[in-house]
Design a protein around this ligand. Structure first.
Ligand code: FMN
Ligand code: SF4
Length: 600
């Protein structure tokens, strides 16, 4: 490492006050300054933070967006999901391969380009999409590719990170467009900046929690935990500090409603976080923003700055003596598991995103072992509106056990993909009518970790008491191969397993192999049973929610579409690819005797 590079690295460490818990920021900054985190950088960072180099390596090696070896100056990551595939991602990938003279996974000899697939980048309504040096390009066609490659070749510096609006505008292709198609009570009507917070500050913190509890708001991240209870438990826990964390990891394939909230309604989200800060007695809020959404960094920072200038963040907020609260954004680095709340906390502390053992729960010991409330982006937006309009208003929508409305991210075979705000309790049929999907044959609710729904079940309702969902809604028409889609989901979990526990690490791979055999038409009835039994074992024995839900696409498609599995069974009797006699020939020659026949 040159003297200048060493000085730069030391400058980065200093900028984060040599704070161990800011290791993610430090390695991300080094990655973007030098294109990778070299051995020398690892040593310097370890020395600067007074930790062992293995701890730095441990973090860097975990995340897809951090490299130990130098890769291409321009990083082209193509979104690989069942939705991108049906929208033409393969043809776009082939066009990039031709234009760059590369195959997917490779780096060009001149070090200019790396071309690879990546998991869902949160653009299911605008696929095929790509993440190119942290800039997102959407609705790509093969014809767009030559101009994109030429634009990337036209500079010779490492691209700035996070990307600036001007830099995004230079790309010869449109970037992310607004996705809200159908607003409901949460997102329509006048939205006055800071209104929810002002209403909250007229109440005591205890009363705020009572109001949230009275609204029956349940977490919008998928699990549906009652938010009022979470806030009460966090407030009650003792610690030197309390923390409010916003889960903006949004990694579940097919979901993008948090992106819509953060790009089109950021004030509502920050308002909800500040309400939580007041209710919990917290001074610090943290947004864990998935690395794929780095393009939102500048706009979100601008909103935070404005809120500080308006007295909606900072000291004595809203003139309320002693209520100090501010929000920091932490970027992730490409790991789906970091959406799981305990893995998210590890990542926030600058470590690899491996889930923690529970108990203790984050409400008791969360970020830096202090009481922490982690809620989804949409949950905070709901909390802000509940403070403004009241618990009764919120309970006026939805069902008995699922109050309010839900933001659904709709993609796939429908006329109007995008975000729809619908009341809980809506049937799948009614939702399909709304989005223009009369031919739907298969709907995947709540992403790969959710459920596959067949037409016979389209009368079921979107609600915690029936089809529980974080919002991802992928629609597939009659020409789609349901089993191949289940296989793609199985492959997703292999890629995203953190590898900590054997049932998930090994089980997801075996499940994928089982599905490959089924899709290829080589499976027997007993293979189907074995795959189902293995899926149940992985579900029961895995340590965290990822492994526990990884078998869902297989199990629920087996339940919803048994006829498709049966139709794909091997029609020919089993013919071994290798003859046992031939395989043993060498051993027979060495030993000089024939194997004993079992039939003799
Ligand atoms: C593998 C995995 C990934 C998850 N990803 C997310 C996510 O991206 N966003 C989210 O809000 N919750 C996600 N969750 C759920 C969180 O663990 C947690 O329940 C949620 O953030 C709590 O917020 P809520 O109560 O407002 O829903 C994930 C869970 C698992 C098991
Ligand atoms: S279930 Fe999977 S993701 Fe969760 S700890 Fe085990 S290996 Fe990691």
């Amino acid at each position: 490492m040159s003297v200048e590079a060493a000085a730069d690295t030391e400058g980065i460490i200093k900028a984060f006050a040599a704070d161990r818990s800011r290791l993610m920021d430090i390695v991300l900054a080094v990655q973007h300054r030098f294109g990778h985190v070299s051995d020398d950088a690892v040593r310097l960072i370890a020395a600067g933070l007074e930790i062992h180099p293995v701890e730095v390596e441990d973090t860097v090696s975990f995340y897809a967006f951090l490299d130990r070896e130098r890769r291409g100056r321009n990083r082209i990551r193509l979104s690989k999901t069942p939705i991108s595939m049906i929208k033409g991602a393969r043809a776009v990938a082939a066009a990039f391969e031709t234009a760059l003279g590369l195959v997917i996974g490779d780096t060009s000899a001149d070090g200019e380009f790396t071309l690879e697939w990546t998991s869902d980048i949160g653009m299911a309504d605008q696929e095929p999409a790509a993440l190119i040096n942290a800039i997102i390009l959407t609705e790509l066609t093969p014809q767009d590719v030559p101009a994109i490659v030429a634009a990337l070749r036209s500079t010779d510096t490492l691209p700035p990170f996070p990307p600036h609006a001007a830099q995004i505008a230079l790309m010869p292709k449109g970037s992310v467009r607004p996705s809200l198609v159908h607003p409901g009570p949460l997102l329509s009507g006048p939205l006055v900046q800071g209104e929810g917070l002002r209403a909250a500050l007229t109440l005591t913190p205890e009363k705020v929690i009572e109001e949230i509890t009275g609204s029956k708001l349940r977490g919008r991240g998928g699990a549906g935990f009652p938010t009022g209870m979470k806030w009460r438990l966090t407030r009650k826990s003792t610690g030197t500090d309390h923390y409010v964390v916003c889960n903006a990891d949004e990694g579940e394939p097919g979901t993008f409603k948090d992106r819509v909230l953060l790009s089109e309604f950021p004030d509502l989200v920050f308002d909800g976080m500040t309400v939580a800060g007041y209710a919990l007695g917290a001074r610090h809020g943290l947004v864990y923003l998935r690395g794929e959404y780095a393009y939102l960094w500048d706009p979100l920072q601008a909103v935070l700055t404005e809120r500080r200038s308006l007295g909606l963040l900072g000291a004595n907020i809203g003139g309320h003596e002693g209520f100090d609260f501010d929000i920091r954004i932490q970027l992730g680095a490409g790991a789906y598991i970091c959406g799981e709340e305990s893995a998210l906390l590890e990542s926030l502390e600058g470590k690899r995103g491996a889930p923690r053992d529970r108990p203790p729960f984050p409400t008791e010991r969360g970020y830096l072992q202090q009481p922490t409330a982690i809620d989804n982006v949409e949950t905070y937006a709901c909390a802000a509106r509940i403070m403004e309009k009241g618990a009764e208003w919120f309970r006026g929508y939805g069902t008995k056990e699922s109050s309010g409305t839900k933001l659904m991210s709709v993609s796939g075979d429908c006329s109007h993909p995008g975000v729809y705000e619908v009341p809980f309790g809506i049937t799948v049929n009614a939702l399909l009518d709304l989005v223009g999907a009369p031919d739907a044959e298969y709907v995947q609710i709540s992403g790969p970790s959710g459920q596959s729904v067949a037409p016979k079940d389209f009368g079921r309702r979107i609600a915690y008491e029936d089809l529980s969902t974080g919002g991802s809604t992928m629609i597939f028409g009659p020409t789609r191969d349901v089993l191949d889609i289940a296989l793609q989901f199985a492959a997703f979990f292999v890629d995203e397993s953190c590898g900590w526990c054997t049932p998930c690490r090994v089980g997801t791979t075996l499940l994928k192999q089982g599905m490959e055999k089924i899709v290829a038409g080589r499976a027997s009835l007993s293979d189907l049973s074995a795959t189902e039994a293995l899926a149940n074992t992985v579900m029961r024995m895995s340590r965290c929610g990822l492994g526990q839900s990884a078998p869902n696409p297989i199990l629920t498609t087996m339940r919803s579409f048994p006829e498709l599995y049966e139709a794909r069974l091997a029609s020919e009797p089993f013919v071994p690819l290798v003859s046992l006699h031939d395989a043993l020939r060498e051993a027979v020659a060495v030993q000089g005797r024939e194997p004993v026949s079992q039939e003799g």
